[in-house]
Design a protein around this ligand. Structure first.
Ligand SMILES: [Zn+2]
Length: 193
């Protein structure tokens, strides 16, 4: 039997072989009125509009999904990172460029931890940690984040905590490097050990 079944798409008005239409038991000829190409296009547009109009819902849904599949997601991410080292590196570079405050904050925290100048109750307190990070992120241009009492001073060593941080003009901070004169300032000195 050499005859072909054709149908005209309701959207693009092209007459196509029946195999270019998705099957549907409820439609005439057992296929849909719209061809596969048009239907896929429709779906893309529909999804886009749907996501835009249901943004909040969509976010909540994805958060929920992510939480349910955390382990699986982590495994995927790990595998993807292993297979795409170049992309990972490029992303890291971009992120570093875009988040200088976070990078600086993280570096100083690492250094301060190595010097044992971060009390354990700070490390366990996300509020204080984010306070420190915000200080680094909001640093005005031309200023450095300075430890009022240096982390490893000659006379006394300060802690890496928000109330021991201040903004200093870059040139002044270089001059001050690790020196601390109690007569200079009215800051409270607390026991370091
Ligand atoms: Zn069509």
């Amino acid at each position: 039997m050499g005859f072909k079944m054709t149908k005209t798409c309701k959207l693009c008005s092209q007459t196509k072989d029946i195999k270019f239409f998705y099957k549907s038991s409820t439609c005439r000829l057992g296929v849909r009125n719209v061809c596969k190409k048009c239907q896929n296009l429709q779906r893309v547009v529909y999804n886009k509009i749907y996501r835009q109009t249901h943004r909040e819902w969509s976010r909540a849904y994805h958060r929920h999904w992510h939480q349910l599949h955390k382990e699986m997601h982590l495994k995927w991410a790990r595998r993807w990172k292993q297979n795409n080292p170049k992309k990972v590196l490029a992303y890291q570079r971009k992120w570093t460029k875009r988040n200088p405050g976070k990078v600086r904050s993280h570096r100083t925290l690492t250094l301060a931890r190595r010097l044992k100048r971060v009390p354990s109750w700070v490390i366990k307190n996300p509020t204080i940690l984010s306070q420190i990070e915000r200080i680094y992120q909001n640093r005005p241009k031309g200023y450095h984040v300075d430890h009022i009492i240096p982390l490893c001073g000659k006379l006394v060593s300060g802690l890496h905590v928000p109330w021991n941080l201040q903004y200093l003009p870059a040139h002044e901070n270089r001059k001050k490097y690790n020196s601390f004169n109690p007569e200079d300032t009215n800051v409270h000195i607390w026991a370091t050990k």
